[in-house]
Structure formats: structure tokens, C-alpha cells
Design a protein around this ligand. Sequence first.
Ligand SMILES: Cc1cc2nc3c(=O)[nH]c(=O)nc-3n(C[C@H](O)[C@H](O)[C@H](O)COP(=O)(O)O)c2cc1C
Length: 325
Amino acid sequence: MINYKQQFLKDTGAEVPIVCDPMYPGSNPELVAAVSDAGAFGVVQPVALTSLYGHDFRKGLQLIKKLTNKPFGVNFTIFGGANQKYHDQMKEWMEISIEEGVKFFLTSLGKPHEIVKIAKQHSIKVYHDVPNKKVALAMRDAGVDGLNCINWRGGGQTGIQSAEQFMEELHDIGIPLICAGGIGDVNDFQKALDLGYAGVQMGTRFLATNECKITDSYKMAIVDSDEGDIVWTNKIAGNNSSVIKTDDIMRGGLRTGPVINFMLRKPKLKKYARMYLMNKGVKNYSRTSFDDNVQFWQAGKGVGHINSVESVADVVNSFKSVEVT
Ligand SMILES: Cc1cc2nc3c(=O)[nH]c(=O)nc-3n(C[C@H](O)[C@H](O)[C@H](O)COP(=O)(O)O)c2cc1C
């Protein structure tokens, strides 16, 4: 029988089966490097690396390589609805990633077939974000090496299924399954491994670290929040995103208005509605990297188990007490 935990460790080159998600905002190169250096696995969010944190893409990857000699991954949000310029940019970033020796791609939103084809030519592993069984089976058949099961407890764009439901439906899919959403502490990690997951993907936990470039007020909001403070809004991307309930969030309401709702229901208009929302969202949410007074804070339900802002090394070390067999 295949040991998926060991396979996941082999695929990433990490010591502990923990991925730090790609996050906009949150994935500054210093965070990505610190996560990998501590023995887990950091993943670059290219738009955050370039537009938000101001690095030339190649130089950003080279900076991470200067900060750690451990492997790290790069995320590609495929987003079928985007324009040609976006796809060309993704392609260029992919080529640069290959040239810089990246061996792990994390793909999301869309069809990764082309990326899988190119990745295989360069012995690069591809894991893909999935929201349900139907997409999971299609992605397995497309040749991805593993699946990130995005559950309903996660921060940012979130899923609708529980971690348990994913495992019930996909336990025999034949590739590693990663639990993405709601992992705040070592007990949550242990539970995910006990369920049968090969590893976990954490975002919110790594936001509340010294190395992450978001504001101190954002970090403290994660520490001070409980599960009940997390609400869903569809105003960031048209589907549900998990955010902390703040005055800034509640002022505009949690749901889109009738015009956007109409567009979201029409397949031909949906992509325009989503692009409109994302452009607006990017403006609000990126400010949480620099402005303590802006309270657009994405976070998952793991906040209830996150009690302090720590160094990345302390966070990762605290998870190393779990024996991974
Ligand atoms: C602040 C924040 C930003 C995020 N940005 C992205 C992103 O740009 N692309 C992406 O694929 N997922 C993004 N996510 C979702 C994460 O990749 C992941 O699914 C989620 O963080 C896991 O749940 P957790 O936060 O409870 O650990 C984001 C999550 C957060 C909290």
C-alpha cells in the first residue's frame, strides 16, 4: 500500500507535511523562505510577490533561494475567465520558475492540463486545489500528483465541504490528499493526519508570524478572534471567502447586490462579475499589508486555536511533535 504522507514529503522535499499556502496578501518572500527553512514547505503567490511586495518575479525567487537552500513551490491561479495578458504573464512566470529550479507547482481555479504537461517534462510535481469530488476526479485524470482539499473552515476563498466529507469520498482516489482549511494548532494537524490526509495546508496560522508582512493589527485580530468571528462574504471573488467580522467588512454588507448576483448566475457574464469584484477586492485587501487602520482581514476558522504571534520556526517546531509515519 502506498504511504501518501511519505509520498507528499518526497514530492515537496519538506521534513514535515505542512504547506504554507499562497496568500494575497501574506506571501512575502521572507515568509515563504522561513517556512521552508524551518522544515515545512513555502509556496509563492506570484501576484503578491510582484505587485504587492514589489519584487521582480525572478529576483524574488532568487531572494528566497538566498534566504534558504530548502525547496519551495510556486502557485499558478489559472482562472479561465482572465484575459490573454494574464495568461501570458502566468506562462512567463512558469518559465522563470522552471529556469530557477522550482520543482513543485500548486495550481488553482481552472484546468491545469497544459501546466501538468510542461511540469512532467521537467520532473515538477503539480498539486491542485479542489472543492469537491467531481473536480477531484477530473484533476486526478488530468495527471496531477496530489490534491488540496479546500474545506469550509479555510481562510480566503473557501470550500463548502468538511474535511471529513472529502476523506469519505476520496480516500481511494490514488494520490495524496492535503487538508486545506481550519488548521490552527498541533491538535488540528494530528486530527487531519488521523483522518487519513497526507499533510495539511495552512494559511491563517502563518499570517500570525513575525516574518509575515501584514499589519500588526491584522495579526492581533487573528490572535484575538474565535471561530464565531469568521463570516463568509461573496464580495471578494463571487464565491464565499472567509473573513473576520469587522466594521469595514460589515459596512458594505456581506453579499453582492442584485446586478452582480444576476451576472454571477449567467455563465457568459460570470467572469466579468468576478473580475470586477476581484479588482475591487485587491484594492481593499492589499492595504492590509501596510495600513493598520484597514480591517479587511481574510482568515479561517483555525483562529480559535491561534493564541500568539510567533516566529515561523516556533510554529513549525510546535508541529514537529506529531509523529508522521
Ligand atoms: C489572507 C489569505 C489570502 C489568500 N490568498 C489566496 C490566493 O491568493 N490564492 C489561493 O489560491 N488561495 C488563497 N488563500 C487560500 C489559501 O490558499 C488556503 O486555502 C487557506 O488559507 C487554508 O485555510 P486556513 O487559512 O484556514 O489555513 C488565501 C487565504 C488567506 C487566509
